[in-house]
Structures are given as structure tokens and as C-alpha cells.
Ligand binder design. Sequence first.
Ligand code: SAH
Length: 194
Amino acid sequence: MKRISLLELAHNIAGSYLKPGDIAVDATLGNGHDTLFLAQSVGVKGLVFGFDIQQRALIKSYQRLLEYDLQSRVKLCLASHADMRRHIPEQWHGRVRVAMFNLGYLPGADKTVITQIDSTLAALHEACALLAPVAAITVLAYPGHPGGELDAEQLAAWCQRLDKANFTSEEILSHHDKPGAPRLFVIRKQSDLL
Ligand code: SAH
């Protein structure tokens, strides 16, 4: 049996929604792996908005995009994901196909700069409001980080409160069956109005 990581699974799920020309959001740029994947998936006519509160993450992401000459299809924003609606021009509201969150700290940087559940939930709320009629959000959480267990519990509770007419959610556990193993939350939107 082939085992894939939750990161790969998040990419597979996001990729199953994305078409050329789509709009996508990377809510936590980090080292830019998700942004690169999203930029490749949306094609030349697509657009990715990437957020991080650390300049270092924007630089790392930009360097990665440059390597693939994909920088022109990504708008990098030095801003909290909780403010994404202000940074994404109105013409794209209601058109975001995928938003990806990878929680925790920036690997190789200051481990005290870590995503906070209050802004994560605020950002998820914003992201839901920006989604296209058929769309998905992936959230990779790391309960092994300090405070991460509580974050995962709060994320699970937030998913339970989603409007069931438009959203479904699932939580996928890592195959590493140990305390603190990552957890992937997938929120899917399939609007009744279609
Ligand atoms: N834990 C993952 C990487 C996560 S990177 C791994 O190990 O692979 C998470 C990124 O989120 C960091 O770069 C951090 O700076 C960023 N971040 C923290 N709070 C944020 C916020 N409010 N808005 C946007 N990005 C934020």
C-alpha cells in the first residue's frame, strides 16, 4: 500500500478543484511550496494570492517562483491572512477556487512566530466568503507544536459550525498514529444555488 503524506493529499485535493484560469489563495506562504503548486495548477491565466506576516516567507516564496518563472501569476502580500479580503481585489470575490492553510511556524526561522487560532479562524471565515460556488479549503494543522492540540480541537469545532447547506468538512488523520501527528481539515463548498 502506498502511503502519501497529508501535504501530498492536500495538494491532490486542491489540484482536483483547480482549473487553468482559476484564482487560489495560499494563506500561509512559509517556504512557498504550496504557492508554487498553486501557481503551476492555475496556469498562465490564473492568479494566486499569497499571505504571510514574515518578510522572510515572501522572499523564500518569491525565490522559489523565480526558479520556475511563475512569479507573474502570484501576488505576494505581507499581511495577515485574516485581512485577505482587503488585499484581494473585489473582482475576484466569490471566485476563489482553493485556499490552502499550512499552520505552525516557518521551518528554519523563528519558531515563536506561529499561526494563532483566532486569526486562523478569522481567515477561514474570510476565505469562505471569497470562495467560488464550487471550491475547497485545506488546513494542515500540527498538534505536535506547542498549543497545536488546542488549535486542532478548535478547528474541528469551527468545522462543525459551518453552514451545512453549502459546506461539508472532513478531518483526515496522519497514518503516523502517534500523539501530535498532523491533521488535515478539508472544507468543501458546493452551493445549493447551482
Ligand atoms: N508547519 C509547516 C509550515 C508552516 S509555515 C511545516 O512545518 O511545513 C506557516 C507560516 O504561517 C509561517 O511562515 C508564518 O509566518 C505564517 N503566519 C503566521 N501567522 C500568520 C498570519 N496571521 N497570516 C499569514 N501568515 C501567518
